[in-house]
Design a protein around this ligand. Structure first.
Ligand SMILES: [Fe+2]
Ligand SMILES: [Fe+2]
Length: 146
């Protein structure tokens, strides 16, 4: 499921891998503390990826950027709430359900929303440059800019 730019495809693979690892942790013997740390890692990586993707879409003047950013923002909020609520859930079935939600949301977002920009970024030099030049510091800049 390529979105037309290697750097973004790699991000997507990493995100799915982090979620799969989280699911293994809930099934296995990992403590809530460890799982919560992994949720924090997922949150950070998601913010990083969304920042990069938005920089790419800005670079190509993507028409649906503001809608796309709203979707990203909503997911970050849900992820923050989920992380906060996680330890209060008492059984692993409920925890597993939350992780399933994360996976479904992300897969759906990549397949529908991200795939929609594919033709705009594929083979575009500005898009590739924006993806490579993006650094985690830019997340703070984009937050300040709103
Ligand atoms: Fe994405
Ligand atoms: Fe996206």
């Amino acid at each position: 499921m390529s979105v037309g730019l290697n750097r973004l495809d790699d991000d997507h693979k990493s995100l799915i891998a982090i979620i799969n690892r989280l699911a293994d942790g809930v099934d296995g013997a990992q403590t809530d503390g460890v799982v919560q740390q992994s949720l924090t890692a997922l949150l950070r990586y998601t913010e990083y990826h969304f920042g990069r993707e938005e920089a790419v879409l800005r670079a190509v003047g993507y028409d649906h950027l503001s809608h796309h950013r709203e979707e990203h923002k909503r997911f970050i909020q849900e992820l923050q709430e989920l992380r906060a609520d996680f330890v209060q859930l008492d059984d692993s079935t409920q925890k597993q359900r939350l992780l399933d939600f994360l996976k479904e949301w992300l897969t759906h977002h990549i397949l529908i929303e991200d795939m929609a920009y594919k033709e705009r970024v594929r083979g575009d030099k500005q898009a590739a440059r924006a993806a490579e030049q993006f650094s985690s510091l830019d997340i703070w800049t984009s937050r300040i800019a709103g």
